[in-house]
Design a protein around this ligand. Sequence first.
Ligand code: SF4
Length: 461
Amino acid sequence: MHGRHAVSAGQNGVNALPVPSLLTGHQTWYLGSMNSFEKNPESGRKSALETTAGPRPRHNTVQVKVGGIAVGGGAPIVVQSMTNTDTADVAATIAQVAALARAGSELVRITVDREEAAAAVPHIRDGLARQGVTTPLIGDFHYIGHKLLSEYPDCAQALDKYRINPGNVGFRDKRDSQFADIIEIANRNGKPVRIGANWGSLDQELLAQLMDENASSAAPVDARAVMREAMLRSALMSAARAEELGMPRNRIVLSAKVSAVQDLIAVYQELARRSDYAIHLGLTEAGMGSKGVVASSAALGILLQQGIGDTIRVSLTPEPGGDRSREVQVAQELLQTMGFRSFVPLVAACPGCGRTTSTTFQELARSIQDFIRQEMPQWRTRYPGVEDLNVAVMGCIVNGPGESKHADIGISLPGTGEAPAAPVFVDGKKVRTLRGPAISADFKALVIDYIEQRYRRNGDM
Ligand code: SF4
């Protein structure tokens, strides 16, 4: 216990100096001034309120165009995802790509693992176009990418980017020629590539060489640090080789995915320090359920806050039969909650506690969130800017009215023992009090009214 709650109040309620904790004698909190951003006299640093409410400037990268989507070079951070259908199953893959695109995936990667998959790619692209889905498609190649791309030129043409894993593009002397074949095909078709190193398929020859060098050095480092270095070098050396083969830097995206959060942060920080290639960010094998969401959000959130990352994928393992587009939703919510982009209106809801023992407010929060997600594809074109809307659904009078006033539209439901009335606030002002069994439907109608009035395009009826 460091007496964290020891504060002092000076004249006029303005705190001037840190004081010793009454409990421990440790000097602790500095409350600061209410009307200025003073330096903390202990540390000499400026107030964090002034200096750190936002991410660092984006790391400068060379912009890459993937289909019509700009990645890097200051473009908005792009959300991407990957199918888990058998690509040879054209209908299933079209359906999943379309669902991912509808959910908001701006790029979609598909596995191209064998001849049937390569043959299916142009049909997938055409089928999607017939549905009006033009989301760029990325082909994921391992081991035989050079062969598939050369034997299926329509596949090479239909894809908007090729993903190459330098750890399994080929072995020994074949590796260089197979890598060169892919780059040559990409150059011929004017396609960008992602050179994506992965912890699980690290270039073993490079790793062995670095391990040997490390073992014989005067100050050997931890084996895990050598692995991180191998990941990075594998990606950077392959990118340099691609450039030697005539690929311009504005067609190269790099990634170096690891499954452990701290390793991932270290690798990407160093990748950004050593190069200006556009960066694809993702934690590999993030896992299932909350573990996957938390691990990806922690790793990606820290890197994004440091200005690192031009496109992100949240690699969640879906529940059996689960919805693949969940990974798109998580990626969007991560970017939106951190203030990088807006995708769908956010619903702020309190967690609930002993003051709200009914499930009304949880049901309303869920119902409003689902309703917004469901309506968003139409709203996006009908109500430009609606993605910035903030809705609050609160459980009782303690924080309900206050939080609802901060939102564009909010409702404070009655907690246990409170009168059965739910005040609704619009733009900070109480406009209505809802009562009775139709509170949920009435509030939804008010949300729609608000959206209509605020976001309807001029001229729309
Ligand atoms: S707003 Fe009320 S119900 Fe919600 S967490 Fe706070 S005290 Fe509990």
